[in-house]
Design a protein around this ligand. Structure first.
Ligand SMILES: Nc1ncnc2c1ncn2[C@@H]1O[C@H](COP(=O)(O)OP(=O)(O)OP(=O)(O)O)[C@@H](O)[C@H]1O
Ligand SMILES: [Mg+2]
Length: 280
């Protein structure tokens, strides 16, 4: 597969409301080209809304979203989204699912088959080309999704909690695959997660969002070298960054609690998750 290009994304004063619910009220944010940016923030603060806007599935009410200085108006093959829900075609084989984009655009079948096989191999799916999504495990389905997006050589990958719902071991495996592919093809990546560890392990930059209103609470540049290694999880620097992010998130939870808003129930949910070690 050829090396992918990458693009810089800017959100400038973006406003988005659903009826009377103003989710984004003038959000400005920069996503650097060719870097892995993780977005982390309270449930309902508008992360999926942001992904939909960058993807061009939805338009802001005010403000501007640009990709390399050009306004984003519609969806395009240069920006691809992988959501937590699988969107594979159940009636197509793994290979045909991965081939869908380029084949649909009329690229020669032999070349597309070659690229699809190569990508499936990178995601540990050689030998599963003829299986249908229903015959794959959850982790395999997510890897197929990633391959299906990457084959289109997007400039931007938008990943909205793509590993949510996977068991811990499968999730770790997915992180390794994603890291390896990103090192090889450093395309601009926006990765929404609720896992603090995952955000640090994968990203060059972690953006912590706060809610009501949704603003950038903190930008943390993760200065751990690449390629990332599982041993880094127990390094002093990792622990420092982890502490910094958790502090921000707890401040947010406390703010919601003090405001006595609906966040109180979210807080309990969040606290219970931290204790269970799965979600903050
Ligand atoms: N299509 C829609 N119509 C109406 N309201 C919506 C729509 N999409 C999102 N919302 C509302 O906008 C707010 C932000 O939702 P969004 O899904 O972007 O949050 P999120 O940060 O992705 O949350 P989570 O972490 O739970 O996935 C929520 O209050 C939600 O109810
Ligand atoms: Mg969401």
């Amino acid at each position: 597969m050829k090396t992918l290009a990458a693009a810089r994304i800017c959100l400038d004063g973006v406003v988005k409301a659903y009826g009377t619910n103003t989710v984004l009220d003038g959000l400005s944010l920069e996503i650097p080209a060719g870097k892995f940016t993780a977005l982390i923030g309270p449930s309902g603060c508008g992360k999926t809304t942001m992904i939909n806007l960058i993807a061009g599935y939805d338009a802001p009410d005010a403000g501007l979203i640009t990709m390399d200085g050009v306004a984003v108006r519609d969806p395009g093959w240069d920006r691809l989204v992988v959501f937590q829900e699988t969107a594979l075609f159940p009636w197509k084989s793994t290979l045909d699912n991965v081939m869908f984009g380029p084949f649909n655009r009329g690229l020669p079948r032999t070349e597309v088959v070659r690229q699809a096989r190569e990508l499936l191999a990178k995601f540990g799916l050689s030998g599963f080309e003829d299986k249908y999504p229903g015959q794959l495990s959850g982790g395999m389905q997510r890897r197929t999704e990633l391959a299906r997006a990457l084959i289109n050589c997007p400039k931007v990958m938008l990943l909205d909690e793509p590993f949510r719902g996977l068991d811990a071991l499968t999730r770790e495996l997915m992180q390794e695959y994603l890291l390896r592919v990103f090192d090889e093809h450093p395309v601009t990546t926006v990765f929404v997660t609720s896992e603090v560890e995952e955000s640090i392990y994968l990203a060059d930059r972690v953006i912590v969002l706060s809610s009501s209103p949704t603003i950038t609470k903190k930008i943390i540049d993760v200065d751990l070298p690449r390629p990332r290694d599982i041993k880094m999880l127990s390094s002093r620097r990792f622990a420092e960054i982890h502490g910094e992010i958790l502090e921000c998130l707890f401040e947010e939870a406390a703010k919601a609690f003090q405001q006595g808003m609906k966040g109180a129930s979210d807080l309990f949910e969040g606290a219970a998750s931290i204790m269970s070690g799965s979600r903050w």
